[in-house]
Design a protein around this ligand. Structure first.
Ligand SMILES: C[S@@+](CC[C@H](N)C(=O)[O-])C[C@H]1O[C@@H](n2cnc3c(N)ncnc32)[C@H](O)[C@@H]1O
Length: 245
């Protein structure tokens, strides 16, 4: 890891919006904001890992007060440059443990970022921390991929996930510890750059148990933000847990 900003240091932050451009499209963002605004109701929203504000900025523009927790000062600095960002509070820290004043009606952690904490204990602490910020009846929302082990041939540890002219990506699995390391080769300004990042993949049922440990219960699980059913074929899920009253 490069320093106190973690893997999302200045060079990564500088390219984040461009390299994730498709995730910033209205088709991707609008259904997320629709659901989160509905869950927030008249209350406040807390984003764990707010990043450069991909979701927080449009959610705040809908009139929902948003606060974010973010490890990377470089990512938070990009957020602060954006129009409307002065409405959004950001606390620099680790979302497994950082506390923010006040209570919230919804907390959310999207774009697979629960996987960025690489131990089961830290993922469980993330649920406890989210629950600690919620009003009774408030909800915690996670968007994360279903571990794609069915696509890993027996005996193999590496799977390609992208093969484009300017990016090649491989995922490397360590099934003993639910480890997943993504290797990225990106063409930047005419030269290839290499970056690798560790993750911990996590099962939907395991997340439900983490929620139970944190005093929450599963309310909904969909296969995407437009609330399509979650099935055996689903490659990701959007799950909503409610803090028990
Ligand atoms: C893939 S980006 C997602 C950012 C934003 N939520 C979005 O949807 O665009 C992951 C973010 O998580 C942040 N992050 C990773 N681990 C973190 C942790 N333990 N605590 C706080 N932020 C963390 C990174 O710095 C980065 O900004």
């Amino acid at each position: 890891m490069s320093g106190e900003d973690g893997y999302f240091d200045e060079p990564v932050a500088a390219r984040y919006d461009e390299s994730s451009a498709e995730m910033f499209s209205p088709e991707r963002v609008d259904p997320v904001v629709d659901l989160l605004a509905e869950l927030a109701g008249d209350g406040r929203a807390l984003e764990l890992a707010i990043g450069t504000g991909r979701i927080a900025v449009p959610l705040a523009q809908r009139g929902v007060p948003v606060h974010g927790i973010e490890l990377s000062k470089a990512m938070a600095a990009r957020l602060r440059e954006k129009p409307g960002a002065d409405e959004i509070g950001v606390t620099i820290g680790d979302f497994t443990s950082t506390r923010v004043d006040g209570t919230f009606t919804v907390a959310y952690l999207v774009y697979n970022t629960i996987n960025n904490v690489t131990t089961q204990a830290e993922q469980t602490e993330t649920f406890r921390n989210a629950a600690g910020h919620l009003q009774p009846g408030g909800t915690f929302v996670i968007e994360v991929g279903v571990p794609s082990l069915q696509r890993l041939p027996p005996g193999e540890t590496v799977r390609p996930f992208d093969l484009s002219p300017d990016h090649v990506g491989f995922d490397e699995y360590d099934v003993a510890v639910q480890g997943l390391r993504s290797h990225h080769f990106s063409l930047v300004d005419g030269s290839w750059q290499y970056l690798s990042m560790p993750f911990r993949y996590v099962w939907p049922s395991e997340l439900d148990l983490m929620a139970e440990l944190a005093g929450m219960r599963l309310r909904d699980r969909w296969s995407d933000w437009s609330r399509e059913p979650f099935t055996a074929e689903s490659r990701k899920h959007v799950s909503v847990w409610e803090k028990l009253r």
